[in-house]
Design a binder for this molecule. Structure first.
Ligand code: PEP
Ligand code: MN
Length: 338
């Protein structure tokens, strides 16, 4: 349920209304925008007397929200959410690039790649420490050591780090991680979502490869209902009948999400295509479709990468992509990458 509050309202009356709703065991999200003040009410609102609320002096209108996702709904929060990661802003007119290798392999590798992508314009460093691999015989990631090496790269470059969590048992290891990634395979691991929602961290939530947009937003809702407001959605391609690419990038998800939710949306063209030569065109298409950023796999030696070498680009190719993106950004209502 959303309650639209009159522009000219008495603060005391507004506080009383919030208190009255909370006393009924419901949650309230107050969204104060330039043009309106909206109270988003979450929980079982079926017992709330909607006519009584509508009759209040300060209330302009009351509406029930049809969609099952509430906190993530743009109707709840009409303004874009701008996520702040140590001063790096994701959402609104900002455009950020998360770049780095699929997996952290050695200190030299992660530090070298971090320095190269930062120089080219990336603002956040990615790297998998815990890797969700299809085969148990494939490289599983350096685990704790991987996180230590990411922190070392952060120390050297100042870049905040983004890395995937796969189990609630590992939560303590993520205490110094800036952005906790939920991978495609775990998008509906609801127990993990609930615990990550309690971590008080920025969460990068990737779309499950076989999940609808609504299911994806319901996963965001799981995290938000535990108190986390800062979620970045990441479209990374879905499974279709097309075998030429690893997945099929669902570009329509970007403008659709912009209508449905206030959360920022980034695109991962690397996992979407599985092919390094498609990373540039898909990156540009994502910018043109309204994305708030990109997550790109960059490796200093893709041929010998321990994971996802075929889709990884080299630092010089990354630099070129950033140059091309910069031409498009002002046309798409975004600030250029400096
Ligand atoms: C990744 O980003 O490292 C990854 C495993 O991606 P996804 O979960 O989208 O497959
Ligand atoms: Mn990968």
């Amino acid at each position: 349920m959303i309650i639209i509050v009159k522009q000219q309202h008495d603060e005391k009356q507004l506080n009383n209304l919030v208190k009255w709703i909370k006393n009924q065991g419901l949650g309230v999200d107050l969204s104060v925008g330039a043009h309106s003040t909206i109270l988003g009410v979450v929980g079982d609102t079926s017992k709330v007397d909607i006519d009584l609320v509508r009759s209040l002096d300060i209330v302009e209108n009351v509406k029930r929200i049809q969609e099952p996702f509430k906190c993530a709904n743009r109707k709840f929060h009409p303004e874009d959410t701008i996520v702040d990661i140590n001063g790096i802003k994701v959402g609104g007119d900002n455009f950020q690039i998360i770049a780095g290798p699929c997996s952290v392999e050695t200190e030299k590798q992660i530090v070298e790649v971090a320095k190269a992508v930062k120089k080219a314009g990336a603002t956040l460093l990615r790297g998998g420490a815990f890797k969700p691999r299809t085969s148990p015989y494939s490289f599983q990631g350096l685990r704790e050591t991987g996180i230590d090496l990411l922190l070392k790269a952060k120390e050297e470059t100042g870049m905040p780090i983004v890395t995937e969590i796969m189990s609630v048992r590992h939560i303590d290891l993520f205490k110094d991680v800036d952005v906790v990634q939920i991978g495609a395979r775990d998008m509906q691991n609801f127990e993990l979502l609930k615990e990550v929602g309690k971590m008080n961290k920025v969460v990068l939530l990737k779309r499950g490869m076989c999940n609808t947009i609504e299911e994806w937003l319901m996963s965001a809702e799981y995290i938000m209902s535990e108190g986390t407001k800062d979620i970045i959605l990441c479209e990374r391609g879905i499974r279709t009948f097309e075998p030429y690419t690893r997945n099929t990038l669902d570009l329509s998800a970007i403008p659709l999400l912009k209508e449905l939710t206030h959360l920022p949306v980034v695109v991962d063209p690397s996992h979407a295509s599985g092919l390094s030569r498609l990373v540039r065109p898909l990156s540009l298409a994502s910018v043109g479709s309204g994305a708030d950023g990109l997550m790109i796999e960059v490796h200093n030696d893709p041929k010998n990468a321990l994971c996802d070498g075929a889709q990884s680009i080299k630092p010089d190719e990354f630099e070129q992509i950033v140059e091309h993106i910069n031409v498009m950004l002002p046309l798409c209502g975004k600030k250029e990458i400096v």
